[in-house]
Ligand binder design. Structure first.
Ligand SMILES: Nc1ncnc2c1ncn2[C@@H]1O[C@H](COP(=O)(O)O)[C@@H](O)[C@H]1O
Length: 194
C-alpha cells in the first residue's frame, strides 16, 4: 500500500437517522475528504447520509465515485452530480468495485445495509483478503451495539482478539483520518518489524 490515502469508501445509511449529529458528521466527513484531496467512494445514491456525504464532498470541490446497481437507481435516487458514476448489474459487483477502489473504509451510522457492508469488509480482512484500515466512527454511541456483538464473539470463543482488532472504533472523523494514515504506515513496515 502506498503512503498516501487516495480514496476512502464510506459506508452509511440511505436514510438520515434520528439524530442531527448523524447529518453533521456526514457533512464533516465529506468536507474533510475533499480538503485532504481524498476521493470518496460510495454507493452512488442521493438519499440519506450517503447523499449528504457526497454533496459535502462536491460542495468542497472534491472527487466522488458513486457505484450503484441498476436496480437501485430509482430507489436510492442515483446522484447525478458525482465526478464518476459506475452502474453495476448486481450488489456483488458494486461491493467488489467499492472494495477495489478504496484505500480505507469508514463506517458512519446506518441501517442493515451498512451492517452488511461492515461485516463483509471485516470478514474479508479476517480471511486475509486485504489489509486496508476499517474505521467505525462511533457517532454518539451509534456503533455501541455492533461493537458489543463483535466483543461477544471474541468472549464466547467464536473469534480471535486479533480478528477483533482489525476494526478500529474511533470517536470522530478526525480520528478516522489519523488512523487511516497511521494504519497505512504500519502496513508499509517490513513484516519483520511488525
Ligand atoms: N445486503 C447488502 N449488501 C450490501 N449493501 C447493501 C445491502 N443491503 C443494502 N445495502 C446498501 O447499503 C447502503 C446503506 O443501506 P442502509 O440499510 O440504509 O444502511 C445502501 O446503499 C444499500 O443499497
Amino acid at each position: 500500500m502506498s503512503l498516501t490515502v487516495r480514496s476512502v469508501a464510506v459506508f452509511c445509511g440511505s436514510r438520515m437517522g434520528e439524530k442531527p449529529v448523524y447529518r453533521q458528521t456526514a457533512e464533516l466527513t465529506g468536507k474533510t475528504l475533499a480538503e485532504k484531496n481524498i476521493r470518496l467512494i460510495y454507493g452512488g445514491g442521493a438519499n440519506g447520509l450517503m447523499g449528504v456525504v457526497a454533496d459535502a464532498v462536491i460542495k468542497s470541490g472534491g472527487a466522488v465515485t458513486g457505484v450503484i446497481p441498476e436496480f437501485l437507481k430509482t430507489r436510492e435516487r442515483m446522484h447525478d452530480q458525482v465526478s464518476q458514476l459506475i452502474v453495476t448489474d448486481s450488489m456483488h459487483a458494486r461491493k467488489q468495485i467499492m472494495f477495489a477502489q478504496a484505500d480505507a473504509f469508514w463506517i458512519l451510522p446506518g441501517g442493515f445495509g451498512t451492517f452488511d457492508e461492515t461485516m463483509e469488509i471485516l470478514t474479508w480482512k479476517q480471511l486475509g483478503q486485504h489489509k486496508k484500515p476499517i474505521l467505525l466512527v462511533n457517532v454518539d454511541g451509534w456503533g455501541d451495539a455492533m461493537v458489543a456483538m463483535l466483543d461477544m464473539a471474541v468472549n464466547q470463543g467464536f473469534a480471535s482478539a486479533e480478528a477483533r482488532a482489525l476494526l478500529q472504533v474511533v470517536p470522530d472523523v478526525q480520528a478516522a483520518l489519523a488512523c487511516s494514515i497511521m494504519s497505512e504506515q504500519v502496513d508499509d513496515l517490513p513484516v519483520s518489524a511488525l
